[in-house]
Ligand binder design. Structure first.
Ligand code: UT7
Length: 332
């Protein structure tokens, strides 16, 4: 029997309708379209504005889009992995709620939190479950309602983030397609540079923490940028080397969308031409756990069976890594 690999066999996505453009941000904080565009590549982002709707809403919509497109019976799903940095609630698992809502009543579910690398780590986790031979259909969802933790008076963060969700289905493959190799890293040195101070077990929420805005994301952008550029480029180069991949062998770079300049630096270290680099940061900004599946959804029509994809991400913690995956289908 051939070795079982974990292949992506379907993709779904969802972004909310509300668009927050650079022009509108100019009226909210001291910034301008030219600065945001040249420093980040972002033109607009989507926000989930309706009261009472959280990350699960984005996740359910993305999963339902996949289920419909793939004509999948949700009862066949064995496991739902919910990659997110913004769960609906600190305790009740968002993934469990999502699984029930989409009708995946035979699945078990859990949340996976690794900041902007949540989806990348989720790919590794989903693949391991498939390769164990015990699970046949693993649904990996990446969704974040970043607008719930962003201070819209802080120009250092509010120009960057957006809301969205995406989902992929992993299934066993015996043709050698799917996940080939992974190189995942983490380093606690990053804890001080990208964080939310309050609301966790160290500093529970209080009147004081809310008054100080400590429930919002803080980012030392310059430092994170420096680590992200070298981290993502290093792991992507490493995964090419150890799989004997030349730049000609790679069809697509599927990179976390945090900053256009970080993506370009990674592509440049890999020696890739611009047309091999998937980019949609201009439309959505940084949607944290949703960037990778949103790319797969937007560019699904271009991906061909057998294509070599390199995924790369970098996030708070720090967490980062790279995954080499062979695409398993042609879009109908
Ligand atoms: O996904 C998780 C990982 N996160 C990331 O990968 C994000 C990494 N960091 C970044 O993408 C970038 O650091 C930012 C986009 C956040 C900031 O870009 P930068 O080129 O690092 O800007 P900076 O913080 O060094 O600021 C440069 C200048 C400063 O002015 P002075 O001191 O040179 O006069 C800032 O005050 O730009 C100013 N500035 C702004 N100006 C207009 C900072 N933010 C803004 C703004 N609009 N929004």
């Amino acid at each position: 029997m051939n070795k079982i690999t974990a292949a992506i066999t379907a993709v779904g996505a969802y972004v909310p309708d509300f668009v927050l453009s650079n022009q509108v941000l100019e009226t909210m904080v001291d910034t301008n379209d030219e600065w945001i565009t040249t420093r980040t590549g972002i033109k607009e982002r989507r926000l989930l504005k309706e009261n009472g709707k959280g990350t699960s809403y984005l996740a359910i919509k993305a999963a339902q889009n996949l289920i419909e497109k793939a004509n999948l019976d949700p009862k066949e799903i064995d496991l739902v992995i919910m990659a997110t940095a913004t769960p609906d609630m600190p305790v009740a698992s968002t993934g469990v709620y999502v699984a029930t809502q989409i009708g995946a009543t035979n699945a078990f579910a859990f949340d996976l939190h690794a900041a902007c690398s949540s989806f990348l780590y989720g790919m590794s986790t989903a693949s391991a479950y498939i390769q164990s031979g015990k699970y046949k259909k693993v649904l990996l969802i990446g969704a974040d309602k970043m607008s719930s933790i962003i201070d819209y008076t802080d120009r250092a963060t509010c120009i960057i983030f957006g809301d969205g969700g995406g989902a992929v289905l992993f299934e066993p493959n015996e043709e050698g397609l799917g996940l080939q190799d992974e190189y995942l890293r983490s380093d606690g040195i990053g804890r001080e540079y990208l964080k939310i101070d309050a609301g966790g077990s160290i500093l529970p929420p209080s009147e004081e923490t809310v008054k100080n805005g400590q429930h919002f994301v803080f980012q030392d952008g310059k430092t994170v940028f420096k680590y992200a550029v070298s981290g993502m480029a290093d792991v992507s180069e490493k995964i090419m080397e150890r799989n004997n991949l030349t730049k000609e062998d790679i069809n697509w770079l599927v990179s976390h969308q945090a900053n256009r300049r970080i993506i370009d630096a990674t592509a440049s270290r890999m020696g890739l031409d611009e047309e091999k680099v998937l980019i949609n940061i201009q439309k959505y900004g940084n949607t944290t756990s949703a960037t990778l599946p949103l790319l797969l959804s937007d560019f699904e029509h271009k991906l061909k069976k057998g294509d070599n994809l390199i995924f790369a991400a970098f996030g708070g913690g720090f967490t980062w890594g790279s995954i080499y995956l062979k695409w398993a289908y042609n879009k109908q």
